[in-house]
Every structure is written in structure tokens, then in C-alpha cells.
Design a protein around this ligand. Structure first.
Ligand code: FAD
Length: 386
């Protein structure tokens, strides 16, 4: 067993690390304060090949492995969770289109996403449908060579800036999961409206908004992936969804630990560096151990995906552990800053606000536990624990 990154993976990491330190970190506070998407940084990600890192080369991607992708997401998220969202969202959408799309859909939609010229959002969640994704209410009515969409989506990342949406809708609610279909919907489709940007606690600057469909008409050829909509959505969440969220949580926690460790060497109380108080050391030691554990869980799931092995349980392990350890450790990192951590003078305040999302999106951590438990039951029934 070899847990060293390959030369190519190290090269991706180093480019991402330099970009994060030199160009992303200096803008992160301003992006958070203004809630404005930074197109210039998004295009820089594209120039360096980080949008569509795992996309097929024929559509402009790098065809890199999932481990490289996770490493890049971690490095960018260390500087800004919001900016790293540009990578996770784009790669997720490219994954859907490249695995399910027709040749024409791939040629039309993927290259502009890879070049950072367009944004595609993923519209699953609704006001009354969150964790129970099989119960979506947005309807899709097929009429000849058109589809008519009606309903509302909620919390759609990037919606304020998106040119396209991958919309999850139902052709028949009675069919539950079996009635789910997915469609590529252009922003300018008649009957589509994007609502006001939501005023969020963190991940500001990514234009998270509701989206409304009122007799919204699209060509039937915009359907994505045939009638296997629900299975397809869940497979996408497994890969770019959960592994991206886990890598973002990891990068944020690493940033918080580094900030707290540096501060603990500068701040003095009781005549010594606060680092020398054992209670502070133990918080940092726990952070160090848990960060490493999260990284290994992520790399394991990513490696299994690349090797073509089942990785549903492993990607949920990674998302669950990284999300929980992020919230716990970013809170402890702020604790090390004492009262200064509670002011906007230091970025730790922003890290604290950004941490919580990692227990909520891409399936809450309660849902991750359900996925893991379901897989465990299958393994037990198959005799794995005998
Ligand atoms: C910043 C942000 C960005 C987002 N981006 C997107 C996006 O781009 N596209 C998109 O489609 N969605 C997006 N979401 C939505 C996100 O995925 C949902 O918020 C999430 O799936 C939870 O759904 P919900 O908010 O409706 O909570 P609910 O499903 O109502 O859950 C509420 C609580 O009940 C718990 N719960 C629910 N069911 C169970 C159960 N069976 N067992 C135990 N506990 C349960 C949950 O864990 C949670 O604690 C985003 C959300 C945020 C905040």
C-alpha cells in the first residue's frame, strides 16, 4: 500500500496551493462581505484547468483522477469555500452531462463550463422537499416535442449567475423515485425566473437563490439521462457531491488549524505563549489527528471511485466525518483566538460561519448515517460479518 500522492497529483496540488495563497486568499474576505461572485477568479480556475479537471479531454477537460480533484478542492477551500464551490459545482454538472448526455449535449454544454464562460446549477431541493429527494413536486409534463415545467426550487447554488440548470422534476408524483426525470433548462427559457439571492450565514458570493418555473417550456431533447433520473441524481451526489463537500470541509479545517496554531505562538497569557498551555495543545493535537483522518477517508473513497470499486459507503464516511470534524474543530480553533476570534479582525470568524454548511448540504449528516447504515445492513445480510 502506498499513500503518497503521485508526481501528477503533487503538481496539481502545488499549482492549486500557489493560486489559493496568491490570488484567492487576498479576495476571500471581500467576496464574503460583498456577496458578489468573482468571475475573474472563476476564469483563473478555468485557465489552470481546475474547472472540468476530471472531464474528458475531447471536451477540453484534463481527464485527471478523483484524488487529484479532491486535493485541488481542498487547497482552494483553504482560502475560500465560496471560490472552491465553483470547482465542485462545475465538475458535478460536467459529470452529469458527460455520463448521461447525448453527444450533442456534451458538445454544447461542457466546453463553456470548462472554459469558465458559463455556469450550470443543480436544482433538486424545493421549499417542501429536502432530504427526501424522491418526493420532488416540480412537475414535468411532456407535450409532443416539448416539456412543460411547473414548480419552485430552493437554495440553488450559483442560480443568480447560472446560464443553465439541471432540474430534477417528476412526471408522476405517485411513482415516487421512478417518476423522477432530469432536464437541462436554459436560464432564458420562457417561464423560468430566478429569485433574489438568499442572505446566507456563509458561502456568500455564490448567488444561492430560489428558482421558479411557471409553465416553463423547453425542448424534449433537453431531457438528460432517459428515465433513470433518480438513480442518476444519487450517483452524482455520491461522487462530486459528497467528495467535493468533504474536501471543502477538510480545506477549511486545515486553514482554521493553521491560523489557530500561528496565533497560539504569538498570544501570551500567564507569562507564556498560549500554545504552552496543555489545554490549547490538546485542541490543536485533536485537530491535527482528525484532519489527517478525514484526508485519508476522502482519498480512500476517491481512490475506490477511480479504481471502479463501489464507494457509496466510503464517500458517505468521508462526508460525514469531514463535516462533523470541521464544525467541531473550527469552533475549537476560534476558541484559541478567545475574544479576538469573535471579531471580524481575523478570518476565523468567517471560517466558523462557513463550517456549518458541511453538515447540511449534499445530504445532511443524518442522511449520511442512514446511507452508511443501509450499506452496513446489506453487508451483514450478505454474510460480511460472519
Ligand atoms: C448554502 C446552501 C447551498 C445549497 N445548494 C444547493 C444546490 O445547489 N442545489 C440543491 O438542489 N440544493 C442545495 N441546497 C439544499 C441542501 O442540499 C438541503 O438544504 C439539504 O439537503 C437539507 O434539506 P432541507 O434543508 O430541506 O432539510 P430537511 O430535509 O427538512 O431536514 C431538516 C432536518 O431533519 C433531518 N432529517 C430529515 N429527514 C430525516 C430522516 N429520515 N432521518 C433523520 N433526520 C432527518 C435533517 O438531517 C435535518 O437535520 C443548498 C443548501 C444550502 C444551505
Amino acid at each position: 500500500m502506498n499513500l503518497e500522492l503521485s508526481a501528477e497529483q503533487v503538481a496539481f496540488r502545488d499549482v492549486a496551493r500557489n493560486l489559493a495563497a496568491a490570488e484567492v486568499a487576498p479576495k476571500a474576505a471581500q467576496i464574503d462581505a460583498s456577496s458578489e461572485f468573482d468571475w475573474a477568479l472563476h476564469r483563473r480556475l478555468a485557465e489552470l484547468g481546475f474547472l472540468g479537471l476530471t472531464a474528458p479531454e475531447e471536451f477540453g477537460g484534463q481527464a485527471a483522477d478523483t484524488v487529484s480533484w479532491c486535493v485541488v478542492v481542498e487547497e482552494i477551500a483553504k482560502a475560500s469555500s465560496t471560490v472552491s464551490n465553483g470547482i465542485t459545482l462545475t465538475d458535478g454538472m460536467i459529470h452529469y452531462i458527460s455520463t448521461l448526455g447525448t453527444q450533442e449535449q456534451k458538445e454544447t454544454f461542457i466546453p463553456p463550463l470548462v472554459r469558465g464562460e458559463s455556469i450550470c446549477s443543480f436544482a433538486l431541493t424545493e421549499p417542501d422537499t429536502g432530504s427526501d429527494a424522491g418526493s420532488v413536486r416540480t412537475t414535468a409534463r411532456h407535450e409532443g416535442d416539448e416539456v412543460v415545467l411547473n414548480g419552485q426550487k430552493m437554495f440553488i447554488s450559483g442560480a443568480a449567475y447560472a446560464d443553465y440548470f439541471i432540474v430534477v422534476a417528476t412526471v408522476d408524483r405517485e411513482l415516487r423515485h421512478k417518476g423522477i426525470r432530469t432536464y437541462i433548462v436554459p436560464r432564458d427559457a420562457p417561464g423560468l425566473a430566478v429569485g433574489e439571492k438568499l442572505d446566507l450565514m456563509g458561502i456568500r458570493g455564490f448567488g444561492t437563490s430560489p428558482v421558479f418555473f411557471d409553465d416553463c417550456r423547453i425542448p424534449a431533447s433537453n431531457q438528460l439521462g432517459g428515465n433513470e433520473g433518480f438513480r442518476v441524481v444519487m450517483q452524482g451526489l455520491d461522487g462530486p457531491g459528497r467528495l467535493g463537500a468533504a474536501s471543502q470541509a477538510l480545506g477549511l479545517t486545515q486553514a482554521a488549524m493553521e491560523a489557530a496554531a500561528n496565533y497560539s505562538l504569538v498570544r501570551r497569557q500567564f507569562g507564556q505563549q498560549i500554545f504552552d498551555h496543555q489545554a490549547v495543545q490538546f485542541m490543536l493535537a485533536d485537530m491535527s489527528a482528525e484532519i489527517e483522518a478525514a484526508r485519508l477517508l476522502i482519498w480512500n473513497a476517491a481512490w475506490r471511485r477511480d479504481a471502479g470499486l463501489p464507494f457509496t459507503k466510503e464517500s458517505s464516511h468521508a462526508k460525514l466525518f469531514a463535516g462533523d470534524m470541521c464544525v467541531r474543530n473550527v469552533s475549537n480553533a476560534l476558541q484559541i483566538f478567545g475574544g479576538y476570534g469573535y471579531s471580524k479582525e481575523y478570518p476565523i470568524e468567517r471560517y466558523y460561519r462557513e463550517a456549518k454548511i458541511h453538515q447540511i448540504w449534499d445530504g445532511t449528516n443524518q442522511i449520511q448515517r442512514m446511507i452508511i447504515a443501509r450499506q452496513l445492513k446489506k453487508e451483514i445480510e450478505a454474510g460480511a460479518f460472519l
